[in-house]
Design a protein around this ligand. Structure first.
Ligand code: SAH
Length: 234
């Protein structure tokens, strides 16, 4: 089954970009997802094809017009009428692995709306958008990079998209402590066993699977405590 993804953007030239290499390319070749773009400017009116205007109430910047953006979204919906419309926005709900997993299951497809300038007239969000997603607490110049991040994370979570060399259930956020906390990933090592005075921890070459598992859990916990204490319960 193919997950159809449409990006509604003023800059379709940015796509597929990184979404056409490595794991993403293979997933597309396998038919796990399809990627298309809709150019918002094609739905602008008049000779100048204007998509934005000054904000009511004053203030800096330009706001993308509701009518133009809505027409672009409705065009995307013709192809996938039950797709979930997601607006990429710094004021959205924060994106995470759970959300990526949830969106990967939405087989009716995703329409990712990218803003630019100050943002988009709020009325189109009310009438056309199902969810607003932020990829983090910082402001990007446009939604395109955010959309790429979401596509990559979502597609990785379509089970068939990863080969044997990668796996889904032992990654950061998939490892769980006994208390049900999501942990970051434990450290990895490969050959050579000794490098510039640093040796691979003995336990990993011991062949003792129980001990290896225990060691990895400890390391995952240490790492989480150091870098992301917010993930741990008290
Ligand atoms: N004035 C807006 C920022 C606009 S940035 C504000 O203060 O909220 C322009 C566009 O970039 C946004 O419409 C959105 O589509 C995208 N964008 C910026 N930061 C983002 C983030 N952290 N996550 C997702 N999209 C983002």
């Amino acid at each position: 089954m193919t997950l159809p993804i449409t990006v509604v953007t003023l800059f379709p030239d940015m796509f597929p970009g990184p979404l056409d290499v490595s794991i993403m390319k293979r997933a597309q070749d396998k038919g796990l997802f399809s990627l298309s773009t809709v150019q918002i400017r094609d739905f602008a009116f008049g000779k100048h094809k204007t998509v934005d205007d000054t904000p009511y109430g004053g203030g800096a910047g330009m706001v993308m017009r509701a009518d133009v953006v809505a027409n672009a979204i409705r065009h995307a919906k013709k192809e996938s009428p039950n797709a979930k419309v997601v607006f990429m926005s710094p004021s959205g709900v924060k994106f995470d692995q759970n959300k990526a997993r949830e969106l990967a299951k939405h087989k009716d497809g995703l329409i990712l709306l990218c803003g630019h300038y100050e943002g988009i007239d709020d009325r189109v969000l009310q009438s056309e958008v199902d969810e607003e997603i932020s990829i983090g607490d910082y402001v990007l110049s446009g939604g395109e990079l955010a959309a790429m991040v979401v596509v990559d994370a979502v597609v990785r979570n379509i089970p068939e998209s990863l080969g044997n060399e990668e796996t889904l259930d032992e990654e950061s956020f998939d490892i769980e402590s006994e208390r049900g906390e999501k942990l970051l990933e434990y450290p990895h090592y490969t050959r050579p066993v000794s490098w510039e005075g640093q040796d691979v921890p003995d336990v990993l070459t011991s062949g003792h699977h129980k001990n290896i598992e225990k060691w990895r859990m400890e390391k995952a916990f240490e790492k989480t405590k150091k870098n992301r204490p917010d993930l741990l319960k008290g």
